[in-house]
Design a protein around this ligand. Structure first.
Ligand code: DCP
Ligand code: MG
Length: 401
């Protein structure tokens, strides 16, 4: 693929990055966007050419642990529940790339991870440390002055269109990667393309420590061979439906009749079809913070003890609200997740008219959701997720819609 015209795929390893200092790239002091007349980057038709950068930290929680405990470097490190010598019941949050070589993945049961690699170093998550590291990464990204949208604890988009061309964009990405590496001792992967969705696909293309740049003329060549699952938002269910239609790659999807897709997926298929052809008009929304904050716990033994369940709900509510306060956010939507014996999972959400950040409100909302959803069976896992955030300001604690 590296031979295709216009497609530049780079992959700089950490050691190589370290040799690259001092860095001479100087971003413009005040980036200009389409509203500004001084904009230079237009394609041959005179259309404004966007350049979007997506950055995602590599094995984030595990890398934070390795950074502060250098003796863990180059070892399989798994962050998640206690494996209890193969009897543990929680899941893997993430793991180092050395652990991935044994087949360990995020969301896998911790006991399966233990059986794949019993010699791995298993550590419990330390959320405050990951939030601090995330803030430091985002502060570096913000320091350049480009429009930024944070998508999760370890990923963000930047609209670097004012740089004007992909060569400058490449230099900029190298600068950011070196900066994060030198200041924080963490590595990340970056994708640069004209659209948000494809930039996200590109950042994932050469993990870890990758830099993938896909110029407009090479978009389709880049996308065509990739499995449909690489499209952000295409999960297991959509993938299975697409397979039934004989669609396995993004190229298959791009070539498929859009009416047929609408028949199967509804109107959302239009955006999906366009995305497969590299068309994505999504814009960066500045100031949007992490999309959700969640906490979940797996019980030692499946339980239907309402006292145990109630105190677990209270502890989860407190923990997720502490995180909310650290992020200076209010939420509007709350989701309860219950996984019963046998991995059957139910979830229910409620959106409130008023913004809130209060643990008492969260507790009572979750207890109410629990009463609505719970069917009396033994529970394996309980989780709470908060979403639809707004930044806290100095006004009143709750705001009317
Ligand atoms: N995370 C989690 N449970 C999951 C997925 C992720 O707790 N099922 C947490 C741990 C990850 C962090 O979110 O470190 C960021 O998620 P990513 O999907 O970006 O995964 P990583 O950064 O760990 O690895 P990668 O190098 O693939 O980005
Ligand atoms: Mg990541």
């Amino acid at each position: 693929m590296t031979g295709s015209a216009g497609l530049v795929i780079l992959c700089r390893r950490q050691a190589e990055m370290n040799l690259m200092v001092p860095i001479t790239f100087n971003p413009p002091p005040s980036p200009t966007y389409p509203d500004d007349v001084s904009l230079v980057n237009r394609d041959v038709q005179g259309e404004y050419q966007r350049i979007i950068l997506h950055l995602d930290m590599d094995s984030f929680y595990a890398s934070v642990e390795v950074q502060r405990r250098p003796e863990l470097a180059h070892k399989p490190v798994v962050i998640g529940a206690d494996p209890k010598h193969g009897k543990g019941r929680g899941v893997v949050s993430t793991c180092s790339y050395e652990a991935r070589a044994f087949g360990i993945l995020s969301a896998m049961s911790i006991s399966q991870a233990f059986s794949l690699c019993p010699q791995a170093i298993f550590l419990p998550p330390d959320f405050p440390a990951y939030v601090r590291a995330s803030r430091a990464v985002m502060a570096i990204l913000r320091s350049y002055g480009y429009r930024l949208e944070q998508m999760s604890i370890d990923e963000a988009f930047l609209d670097i269109s004012p740089l004007g061309n992909f060569t400058a964009a490449q230099q900029f990405a190298e600068e950011i990667k070196a900066n994060i590496s030198h200041r924080l001792g963490l590595s990340c992967s970056v994708g640069i393309t004209p659209s948000m969705a494809v930039a996200k696909i590109a950042s994932d293309f050469q993990k870890p420590d990758g830099l993938t740049i896909v110029q407009p003329s090479a978009l389709q060549d880049f996308l065509d061979p990739l499995p449909v699952r690489k499209i952000p938002g295409v999960g297991k269910k959509a993938e299975a439906l697409l397979f039934e239609m004989g669609i396995r790659t993004i190229g298959d999807l791009a070539g498929h009749d859009v009416q047929d897709l609408i028949g199967r997926f509804g109107r959302s298929a239009i955006a999906l079809h366009q995305l497969a052809r590299g068309i994505d008009g999504s814009d960066i929304v500045e100031g949007r913070e992490a999309r959700s904050l969640s906490r979940e716990t797996t019980f030692e033994t499946d339980t239907d003890d309402l006292g145990v369940i109630a105190s677990t709900i209270d502890a989860l509510a407190q923990s997720v609200c502490d995180n909310l306060a650290e992020e200076h956010l209010w939420f509007r939507t709350i989701t309860l997740k219950i996984r019963y014996q046998g991995f059957i999972t139910r979830s229910k959400s409620r959106s409130q008219l008023h913004l809130s950040g209060d643990a008492t409100v969260v507790r009572s909302l979750v207890h109410a959701l629990f009463r609505e959803v719970y069917d009396g069976r033994k529970i394996r896992l309980l989780g709470i997720r908060l979403s639809s955030f707004e930044k806290q300001d100095n006004g009143q604690v709750t705001l009317p819609l």
